[in-house]
Design a binder for this molecule. Structure first.
Ligand SMILES: NC(=O)c1ccc[n+]([C@@H]2O[C@H](COP(=O)([O-])OP(=O)(O)OC[C@H]3O[C@@H](n4cnc5c(N)ncnc54)[C@H](OP(=O)(O)O)[C@@H]3O)[C@@H](O)[C@H]2O)c1
Length: 355
């Protein structure tokens, strides 16, 4: 048997899956074979040059037989697919890194950001969760500030790109924009409740019955506390979908337990892994979604004292939601698992049950 791992990429034809395949290749992940999975609609399709050595890959459908014999499975195929198939991959000996929200708040599933809480990987029982994109980029910037001054409360407004909803949402924004610019009527909205082109929707995610927050807002609240390992942090979140193709922006008001000046916060962030500070507003220098697109870092700017609170700072945090918000972190977790010798079926502590 040749060197390297046998890796499954589930959701390989989607936005995140396509990028994960590319990152495995570009970052030279030690895979001897990568097998792409997607829905039955895509089974048999050839993904040209998508393998780790630039070879063509043929998409497979999921079946009990097809998922046997993997060391690692990277999932980005929605919560339903993860709920059904991640435990099967884990049972068959693979470590699963899952991009969906299905397993994130499960007590037996570590929720890990590579720069923030890599130690949490050690407690895995076969499934590891990749956080929600808006939470991910925010905690990369906030974790070093939390370590310095202790976060008490966050008030967050997001400006989220349509790529966060999937390929169909990107098509809908572009189709609506094209139609409106050409003075044509638009199709009734399919992905969102309202027209997204030239609009801002205070409705990113879905409202569960009886809840006045969207699930996206609940994810920001709950996942932030789990990743920062501090359930006492109070979080208020409003998640807004804006007509940006790629790159989430966030206005964050952070109240700390100890004093933290904007200068000290800037200094900490400049030294933080995975963070780039762009903060010279007088020269119109601050993070922008169009600049963050295609990059792996989290960009922070507009760092300033909240005039309404002596222990609060305001800042603007931007990142490519498909990269650090999803695919990059998933591949970074795979790299950490490899470095720590955690991949290999004989070393996977079997999950008691993932129901
Ligand atoms: N987009 C983001 O910013 C982001 C960030 C964090 C997490 N995520 C999560 O990542 C996942 C994928 O997001 P995306 O933006 O890549 O979506 P997408 O572009 O719509 O791709 C969805 C992928 O899932 C596959 N799939 C759908 N139903 C399936 C089934 N029954 N069995 C197997 N595969 C199936 C699709 O295959 P076909 O092509 O055959 O339909 C496709 O490969 C979601 O769980 C999302 O919540 C996304």
């Amino acid at each position: 048997m040749s060197e390297g791992y046998r890796v499954a990429v589930v959701g390989a034809t989607g936005q995140v899956g396509t990028l994960m395949l590319r990152l495995l290749r570009e970052r030279e992940f030690p895979a001897r074979e990568v097998v792409p999975f997607a829905s039955e609609r895509s089974a048999g399709r050839t993904l040209e040059g998508a393998g780790v050595r630039g070879e063509d890959l043929v998409v497979r459908g999921l079946s009990e037989e097809a998922v046997r014999g993997f060391d690692l499975a990277l999932f980005s195929a929605g919560g339903g697919t993860s709920g059904q198939w991640a435990p099967v991959f884990a049972r068959e000996g693979a470590i699963v890194v899952d991009n969906s929200s299905r397993w994130r708040m499960n007590d037996d599933v570590p929720l890990v950001v590579s720069e923030v809480n890599p130690h949490a990987l050690d407690s895995h029982r076969g499934i590891i969760a990749n956080p929600n994109c808006s939470t991910m980029q925010m905690v990369v910037a906030l974790a070093p500030l939390h370590r310095e001054a202790g976060i008490e409360r966050l008030v967050i407004s997001t400006y989220q790109a349509v790529s966060g909803t999937g390929k169909a949402a990107v098509d809908e924004l572009l189709d609506q924009s094209h139609a409106l610019l050409h003075e044509q009527s638009i199709e009734p909205p399919g992905t969102y409740a309202h027209q997204i082109a030239f609009n801002a929707l205070p409705h990113a995610g879905n409202f569960a019955e009886g809840d006045d927050h969207t699930d996206e807002e609940r994810k920001l609240i709950n996942e932030t506390r789990k990743i920062l390992e501090d359930p006492s942090i109070r979080v208020s979140a409003t998640c807004v979908r804006v007509p940006v193709v790629n790159g989430h922006s966030e206005a964050v008001n952070m109240q700390t337990r100890d004093q933290l000046s904007p200068e000290r916060a800037r200094e900490i962030l400049e030294a933080a892994p995975g963070v780039t500070v762009l903060d010279d507003p007088s020269s119109a220098l601050y993070p922008l979604a169009i600049d963050a697109a295609g990059k792996d870092d989290v960009f922070v700017g507009r760092i300033r004292r909240d005039p309404g609170h002596e222990r609060a700072l305001d800042m603007w945090i931007v990142s490519d939601n498909l990269r650090k918000g999803a695919a990059t972190n998933a591949v970074q977790l795979a790299e950490l698992l490899d470095e720590r010798g955690l991949i290999g079926s004989e070393r996977v502590p079997r999950a008691a049950s993932f129901a």
